[in-house]
Structure formats: C-alpha cells, structure tokens
Design a protein around this ligand. Sequence first.
Ligand SMILES: *Cc1c(COP(=O)(O)O)cnc(C)c1O
Length: 387
Amino acid sequence: MKQNTVLDKPLIARSRREEICLLFGESYDRERWNDWRWQMRHRLTKLEHFQHLLRLTPAEQQGLLIAPEKFAVAVTPYFASLLDPEDPLCPLRLQVIPRSEEMVVDTTDMADPCGEDRDSPVPGLVHRYPDRVLLLALDACAAYCRYCTRSRLVSQGEIDPITRRLDAILAYLEKHTEVRDVLISGGDPLLMSDEPLNNLLERIRAIPHIEFVRIGSRVPSFLPQRITPELVAMLRKHRVWLSLHFCHAQELTPEVAQACDLLADGGIPLGSQSVLLKNVNDSEQALKDLFQGLLKLRVRPYYLYQCDPVVGTKHLRTSVQKGIELISKLRGHTTGYAVPTYVIDAPGGGGKVPIQAETLLAYENGVAQVRNWEGKTFTYIDPTEQD
Ligand SMILES: *Cc1c(COP(=O)(O)O)cnc(C)c1O
C-alpha cells in the first residue's frame, strides 16, 4: 500500500528523529521513540525547539514568541518529524505552528463560537441535543491544533480534573434518562492512562439508559504510539466507538495505519472528523486523498466541519461557498463512504447544520425535481393518494 509519508525516505526520517532527540540532549532510540509517555515528555513547545528543526518565517517566529500566552503550543516529536522543514505552507505545519496572524481578531471572531458554555448544566458537560451529551474529560491534547474550537478551555487549566467533577456529571446523567449517548471529548480523552479511562468508561457504562459511548480523539494522528493492544482491549470491553480527527493525507503514515489496524482489528468502529482549512485541505485533490486514504485504513469520514469562527483563526478559514463546491466534487464522484457530511456548527449554539448544494430544485404537488452529481435534472413523482 502506498503511503504519502516522509517515512518513504527512511534515511531522511531517521535523521529528523535524531535531530529532534538532540534538542533534548538525547540520542535516538527506537523503543523510547515508540513509547507514548516519552513522546509526551519530549514535546516541542517553543521557538528554540522549532528554529533548529524548521526554516521558520518571520510570521512563525513571531507566532511562536507570542501565541503560547494565549493558547499553548505543543507538538509531539513524532508529528514534528513529519513537518516539512523548508515549506511554511506544509499542510501539517499550518495546523500546529502558530503564526502572527493568530493575534488578528476579526470582528466576527468568538471565544466560544459554538456557545457550549451556555449549554452546560454541570461543569464539563454540554447538553444541547435531546438525547446526547458532550463530556469534556480533560483539557490537554497531545498537540494543539491552531484552529481549535475549544482553545478558550483547552490547555488553559480551565477544566478541573475529571475525578473532581465526575460525581456531579454522573448524578446528572443518572437523573436524565433521556440521555442515551455520551460523547467523551476534551482535550483528548486518550491521553488519560488506561486505569482512569477504564474507571470513567465503567461508571458511564453502569448507567442503564446510556446505550452509546464514543470518544473523540486526535491521538491516532498526533501520537499513534498511544494505541496499544491494552488500550484497544479496554475500549473493546466497553464497546466504545472512536471519532478520530485527521485533516490531511500526509497524516496517514505507516504508524497511523498500524494504529488504525489495531483498533479496527480490535473491534472498534472508527469515524473521522476533519476541519476545512485554507491551504491545508481546501482542494478537491486534498480532500479526496484524505477521505479515500481514511477508507483504506477502515476509517469512515463522518463530518467535514466549516472552520468555527474562533478568535485568531481567520487566516485558516475559507468560505462556505468553497466548501459547497468541494463537497459537490466528491458526492457521486467517489465512494459514498468517502464523503462526510459537510456541516456548520451554528455560531451561538444552534448545533451542527448540514450544508450541501441544492439537489431538490422544486417539489410541488407530489413532483420533485432533483439534480444529480453530474448536474443533470430528473423528476420523481410521489405515489398518488388513495381516497
Ligand atoms: C457534535 C456534538 C454532539 C454529537 O453530535 P452527533 O451529530 O451525534 O455526532 C453532541 N453534543 C454536542 C454539544 C456536539 O457539539
């Protein structure tokens, strides 16, 4: 199977890894590199780390100096080894290296674009839809996406440890028998160690009316080393679904393929959420490569998000018009499974709204005019009413 990855060139990959280890005065050791805790302890967080590894633009240098005060910068050594040292428009680099543009606040930017805070009945729980809740497990991630919709909370010490909040959350869930679906997110829940994560899942699973549990995580992209057979067995035991997060085909490395294989072989249903980002994936080819690449790993593209109007993300956002054009170039042109639902998470707390080009051109007196993927028009007539 062909993978788009620097690991196709093992010598270069090797030396990048060595360079990164040297930043911390260590030599490269394969076993340590593959240990997720070593990865977490050796994250690149500041200008001095990155300037040895990448030819930084002035905008990136400035971003690295000032951004961490507003929103943490951290990149795992593994992900750092994938960044193109020469190209500032490298689609992975754009996602994790801050730029001075992050300081630009557009008039329509918001700190909490999806209005989550106002739909929060107890700390760390968002109850917006009738039958499901979003549980914020912790505020840390393996690396920080510069377009994070939760940058107001994530990495800010704004979310208390789950152990301190869990009793109140469980009491709420027990009382609200209409809740059948719990989405655990954060931060990244898979940064929890196996034991506390197992405890959390066990306690949620003990509530009889909770029938569906899923975890939202970008760990398979930023830190595939975390996906161990022990973790997979535990997720399997609790019958968890995973919503992964990938934005570009270059994230789909052999390590990621191995992690997804472990998960899929271990019986974990896998979906993926992507964010439409300017210069990262806002082309037909980039999206096709990403979504078809995910299918090869047995990951079903679930949502493509219009980028939320988070403070300081204007330079990463593209128009809704562009999103509609792109999704129209996928629907019907490739495997249906490779086409996620394109959504806007409505600012102000409206929830996810699916967006697509008009396909129902007219519908009157039981006659529907529909437009297909090639732009041709067809008529569908409802069954005639019997009196
Ligand atoms: C996205 C989201 C969910 C889950 O929505 P699905 O459409 O079921 O994936 C639940 N709660 C909140 C607040 C969300 O943002």
